[in-house]
Write a new protein. Sequence first.
Length: 260
Amino acid sequence: MAKRQPIGFFDSGVGGISVLKKAVELLPYEDFIYFGDSVHAPYGDKDVEIIRKMSFDAMDFLLSFDCKAIVVACNTATSAAIEEIREKYSHIPVIGIEPALKVAIDHTEDGKILVLATIRTLQENKFRKLSEKYAESRKIISLPLPGLVEIIESGDQYQQRSYDYLRDALEKVDRDISAVVLGCTHYPFVKPSLRRIFGEDVLIVDGSEGTARHLKDVLVEKNLLSADDNDGSVRIFNSSKDKRFIDLSKSLLEENIDQI
Ligand code: DGL
């Protein structure tokens, strides 16, 4: 596998851009290919078999560019399909993403943790095992947010729709929490709305940074890190013919979500 080959990323839509962004910052000399499957978004309310099929299609598309590693930049696809993907594409390193519960627990002394994710992510065994692991030390509350991915995919520029949606969805949820875990790669893009609702004292974390670091570790371990010191490139593709998704992906890649 040549070091100069690109790294592939895929998600159900524009959400995985939040992970790609961290990877580009950490690995500036790499070339990246991003595939968003906006035609089929959301994945979060679909059956496992359908998500697996769509994940295989995304993998085949990315591998047509001879990628040296693939990041499944989607919690839902990771939950439903990561084992099957690794089995089918065993010749290539595949990195998944999971809700950053450990980060939230490590960075708060006590208090409840709220996990926001898709229906599928919260229903799968992977999340059940993960939350059982930490349930002794903390109370973990989980809440699915069906419909939020669609709002983000529609390009909610001023975050009015996402704010209204989240205000209603979180109305009955315990506000006495110390951290919110964003267990869907779309959700970092509505951090301003979440900040408005939770205020400044609640920690809001997501898995993008940990996933980018894991990707780097895997590339180092397999001796696949680009040896080139010219800036790398990012190419973005989408299953939709509507150019709006490419434009939205590019603008989200530029967005500064870290300061919020
Ligand atoms: N970005 C996907 C995730 O991380 C969104 C899932 C969906 O399409 O419902 O889970």
